[in-house]
Design a protein around this ligand. Structure first.
Ligand SMILES: C[S@@+](CC[C@H](N)C(=O)[O-])C[C@H]1O[C@@H](n2cnc3c(N)ncnc32)[C@H](O)[C@@H]1O
Ligand code: SF4
Length: 397
């Protein structure tokens, strides 16, 4: 992210959460349901459509405001599970409310293997969908079965083949550090993910609480680091750029939507559990929808325009500074001192440098062109580093 690039004003995108899955993977903690357990998709999508005019004002938009969307992202859950009419209908609904998607908008949909066919794909394409994020995870059936993924490797290959036949831009979710997974298995997964033509790869290290059944027989911490390293070495050798701690893209294939989150742009999350960030106050505010489908449904049905206090937070300077440091450190370019001073002040820059000093000395951070950047050893313990850049109100007096 150059300083010039981020000076581009008003980048804005919409995330739409689709909370349906064929079955629940045993490690998943996202707000998603097996289809038969909640309201049917038609009713859910109708709620999301109702939500648009209710919450538009949080971005300073009036009923008639027209705003060009830079990105739209359908995430889940498994958005490809529901009828493509519903997905396409949501894009039309955004347009109807003045949130327009021109030919240069990035429109991503998460798809799971064996949930799309040619008809569905063509329908997405006709509505401008131009990026596909595939929940492939691994090509090893025994591992897929173990974590209760509903698809097998053959189905993943068929789905990826379909995308390739249409010459589409797709990203590959790669899950690693699974119980009993070997380094050789991981190597073959990452090689295959590249070979098959992914333009973007998101490696996810399995995260489960200590008491979870999948926390047993996992690769030891050293092996997990080795696995992450194998992924990194292979992808960088194949011309992928690690533009964020856990996201790799071929040149020009970074996820523009994800960059909104990391580059301090506004975004609007619609649907169950979705989070939003709006920059209409000095340091902006965050707001979010409930995780529980009944509560979400009730709020929309009641036409609640102003969210309850526990679903909105107006950011104070110390919170905004924390967010700014965390999100900037996640991306390859790091914290820009020019942007830091522009958004906060010279004192904030001095504070960040003071905190960074011992980590610069230990080689966990480096200074590069007036940016503070995680080094490779820093990436491996990034959570500990983020803690140091978590501010309290009293830190800024
Ligand atoms: C919420 S899912 C949405 C995509 C799609 N439903 C899927 O799972 O393929 C996004 C990614 O998060 C990953 N994920 C979910 N829970 C995780 C966990 N506990 N640890 C690591 N990755 C996780 C999934 O494997 C998936 O690749
Ligand atoms: S398919 Fe994705 S969202 Fe659904 S349960 Fe599995 S990991 Fe969670």
């Amino acid at each position: 992210m150059s300083d010039q690039l981020t000076a581009v004003p008003n980048q804005f995108g919409v995330y739409i959460h689709i909370p349906y899955c064929i079955q629940r993977c045993s490690y998943c903690d996202f707000a998603t349901y097996v289809q038969s357990e909640i309201l049917v998709p038609e009713r859910y999508v109708a709620l999301v459509k109702e939500e648009i005019p209710l919450r538009k004002h949080y971005f300073g938009f009036s009923r008639d405001t027209e705003k060009k969307l830079d990105t739209v992202y359908f995430g889940g859950g498994t958005p490809s599970l529901i009828s493509s009419d519903l997905i396409v209908g949501l894009i039309s609904e955004l347009n109807k409310h003045g949130l327009t998607t021109g030919p240069d908008a990035e429109i991503t949909i998460e798809i799971n293997p064996a949930t799309i066919d040619e008809r569905k794909l063509e329908h997405y394409l006709s509505a401008g969908v131009n990026r596909f994020s595939v929940g492939a995870q691994t090509f090893h059936d025994r591992l897929l079965k173990m974590v209760k993924r509903e698809h097998n490797a053959k189905q993943t290959l068929a789905t990826l083949d379909l995308l390739k036949r249409y010459k589409l831009n797709f990203s590959f979710d790669l899950l690693f550090a699974l119980p009993t997974q070997t380094v050789a298995e991981l190597k073959s997964d990452v090689e295959m993910a590249v070979e098959i033509g992914s333009s973007h790869i998101s490696p996810y290290c399995l995260t489960v609480p200590e008491a979870h059944p999948l926390s047993k027989n996992r690769p030891l911490e050293d092996e997990q680091v080795e696995m992450f390293d194998i992924i990194h070495q292979h992808l960088t050798a194949k011309n992928f750029n690690r533009y964020e701690i856990s996201n790799y893209g071929l040149p020009g294939k970074e996820s523009r939507h994800n960059r909104l989150y990391w580059d301090d742009h506004s975004y609007w999350g619609l649907g169950l559990s979705a989070h939003s960030y709006s920059k209409t106050t000095e340091y902006g505010h965050r707001f979010w929808n409930p995780n529980n489908i009944d509560v979400y449904e009730k709020q929309i049905r009641q036409g609640i325009v102003d969210l309850p206090e526990n679903q909105i937070e107006t950011l104070q300077k110390y919170q905004a500074l924390t967010d700014f440091c965390h999100t900037s450190l996640r991306v390859a370019e790091g914290i820009s001192f020019v942007r830091l001073e522009r958004k906060f002040d010279a004192k904030a820059c001095a504070k960040v440098l003071e905190i960074a000093q011992p980590m610069l000395e230990r080689g966990l951070l480096k200074l590069e062109n007036n940016h503070l950047v995680l080094t490779h050893p820093g990436v491996l313990i990034s959570n500990q580093i983020f803690e140091k850049f978590t501010f309290l109100a009293s830190d800024l007096h």
